[in-house]
Design a protein around this ligand. Sequence first.
Ligand SMILES: [Zn+2]
Length: 318
Amino acid sequence: MKPLLLSLLIAVTMWADAHIFVYHRFGDSRYPTTNTTLEELGSQFEYFKTNGYKVVPLEKLTSALKEKKEIPNKWIVLTIDDNFKSFYTNALSVFKEYNYPFSVFVYVEATQKRYPDYLTWEQLRDIKNYGSIEFHSYGHKHMTYLSDNELKKDFEKGLALFEKELQIKPKVFTYPYGEYSPRVQKIAKSYGFDSIINQNMGAVSDFSDVYDMDRTALVGKSNLKLYLRYKTLNAKWKEPTIFPKNSTLKSLHVETDEMSKKGSVYVTGYGWQDIELQNGNFSMKLNRKLINKRSRIVISVGDKISTKLLIKDKYGTR
Ligand SMILES: [Zn+2]
């Protein structure tokens, strides 16, 4: 093979990244920050269709990751968090029209207690004919504020009701509010899900962790074309790994396989700054007080990004 062709092939393989998106409400103008208008939804689906994107079931992406197959660049996975009625009344017909698979993540208590804005079990059983139904907790609590016992109770209560009403075991879990810590993640994993998806903006590459897949929200005013450009930065986070003591972020140390010398670092409340990489490593003193109990550190090289979500965990320091 000619060297040029070979290097092109390597480049294509290295750059292959799928994208997982999350929606919440559809055509529901009461909640603009979690809503996607039907016009927006239609134009996004048309964009996927006319630009060669392939909307695949979540399960297909998870299996490809587990079997260490190559993740094609144009794969898209569509998820819907919170079992709001507006998915059924306003959006399901659009998904059907395009024949796009989807996964709905259920906040069990809301359906069980028949909260007015949420789908009934009957409606969820109907939706099951067109897409997959997955788990989004029983009580939709901020999980880092629950003790191990409270977390286990939430999972067990929610899973039992889910399985009883839908006659299936959910395969995938998403955290309420996208909030988790290593402790919460460990407990979630113990319930045997095939995969767990976060809500950190990014992409999914063949080296992504199947229990920590990045997912980007397509709500409010979203920039689909920009989101589709994002790739996964192959990053090993050495520091920080948890929300720091005294809320002070002392330093940053992340190893990557990047050749580039130029990178950028984002810290919630402080914005972006440029950094010079040392042999692909992001290494710097930060000494920054984190203002939010929920902060993000994002590192990037060009369009490749990696996010560390730091959430104060009331019960865990690991
Ligand atoms: Zn939710």
